[in-house]
Write a protein that binds this ligand. Structure first.
Ligand SMILES: O=c1ccn([C@@H]2O[C@H](COP(=O)(O)OP(=O)(O)O[C@H]3O[C@@H](CO)[C@H](O)[C@H]3O)[C@@H](O)[C@H]2O)c(=O)[nH]1
Ligand SMILES: [Mn+2]
Length: 365
């Protein structure tokens, strides 16, 4: 019988923030209470800043709306998307913790095949705190999980693994399909629970979904920029994809690991495929050129920090992708603005969080 999650002390309670992008009241947090209420939330309110977002009692949080973003970042706020879940990366920037878990407000606690609730955050923490194996594939998947190990023929020199930077979770019910797939398979639901965590091999890109994602902010935070999406931009719903491609090439360069698989969340809402098609349209054919770009990216050995890698990447984006569309010049510049803002905010020289950004004292625990 699994030990109920609530009986375990909250792992990394003071070292992890939960970032939620939202345009609605956060009632979904009621269901997550046993698992998430010990942690500090950073809520990034998108859309109309005059709308009041209700947060269930008993949660400790700070909330930033567009007015806060503009006040805190000034002109640099131009790099934070508006009217798109990409805004969540502002929460990554404002966090002061080593780890971040980000979740969408239509993601619910899932159940495993035995009917037990899945503490997604606990599994992400397990994934992040155990090493990754990007250099040699272990056919028994994650060798650090209980009941598994490295198989015969796995080099002992590689068994220490590397630090894990990203833990990419999955979704039961509504899978993260692109609009064309949603259109041709509107009723398809993911009911398959696969009890697996694996390291994504070095040199392999992956489509990172932002709705159930955790990462080590100290290892890869500055690369978790979700790009220029939504209002005023020619593309949407490629925010997390862009961040994932940038992060993966930088993780490969710096010898960091990316894992995918458990945990699952239950994704409830299928966003409108027609609206999604409009947002994704350009991305669907641009990505046929973006992926080969990332596959050929070489970062100089002198680039030894995430920031240095990211600035170098922005130069290559401007040089090699502007031919696809002038948007990539804007995006490359925004990547630099993001790093400037990240450095300013995280060097302590910035405006402290005030007004809406002031941490709210939880009314009752
Ligand atoms: O303008 C907006 C719209 C929504 N949000 C918040 O972002 C998340 C996701 O919104 P939603 O669940 O409605 O959309 P999905 O299509 O299911 O999102 C997933 O697809 C990808 C979009 O890039 C991404 O992997 C997932 O986010 C919710 O919390 C909304 O409240 C917003 O902030 N601004
Ligand atoms: Mn959703």
């Amino acid at each position: 019988m699994a030990v109920p999650a609530t009986s375990l002390p909250p792992l990394l309670k003071d070292e992890l923030d939960i970032v939620i992008p939202t345009i609605r009241n956060l009632d979904f947090l009621e269901q997550w209470r046993p698992y998430l209420s010990p942690y500090h939330l950073i809520i990034v309110q998108d859309g109309d800043p005059t709308k009041v977002i209700k947060v269930p009692e008993g949660y400790d949080y700070e909330l930033y709306n567009r007015n806060d973003i503009n006040r805190i970042l000034g002109p640099k706020a131009s790099c934070i998307s508006f009217k798109d879940s990409a805004c969540r990366c502002f929460g990554f920037m404002m966090s002061k913790k080593k780890y971040v878990f980000t979740i969408d407000d239509d993601c619910w606690v899932a159940k495993d095949p035995q009917g037990n609730e899945i503490n997604a955050l606990e599994q992400h923490i397990t994934n992040i705190l155990s090493p990754s194996t990007p250099f040699f594939f272990n056919t028994l998947y994650d060798p650090y999980r209980k009941g598994a190990d490295f198989v015969r023929g796995y080099p002992f020199s590689l068994r220490e693994g590397v630090p894990t930077a990203i833990s990419h979770g999955l979704w039961l019910n509504v899978p993260d399909y692109d609009a064309p797939t949603q259109l041709v398979k509107p009723a398809e639901r993911n009911t398959r629970f696969v009890d697996m965590v694996m390291t994504i091999p070095k040199g392999t890109l992956f489509p990172m979904c932002g709705m159930n994602l955790a990462f080590d902010r100290s290892l890869i935070g500055p690369a978790m920029y979700f790009g220029l999406m939504g209002d005023g931009q020619p593309i949407g719903r490629y925010d997390d994809m862009w961040a994932g491609w940038c992060c993966k090439v930088i993780c490969d360069h710096l010898g960091l690991g990316v894992k995918t698989g458990l945990p699952y969340i239950h994704h409830s809402k299928a966003s409108n495929p027609f609206v999604n098609l409009k947002k994704e349209y350009k991305g669907i054919f641009w990505q046929e050129e973006i992926i080969p770009f990332f596959q050929q990216v070489q970062l100089p050995k002198e680039a030894v920090t995430v920031e240095q890698c990211y600035i170098e990447l922005s130069k290559q984006v401007k040089e090699k992708l502007t031919g696809v569309d002038p948007y990539f010049t804007k995006l490359a510049d925004a990547m630099v603005t993001w790093i400037d803002a990240w450095t300013e905010i995280n060097s302590g020289s910035s405006k402290t969080a005030v007004a809406n950004g002031t941490p709210k004292v939880s009314k009752s625990k």
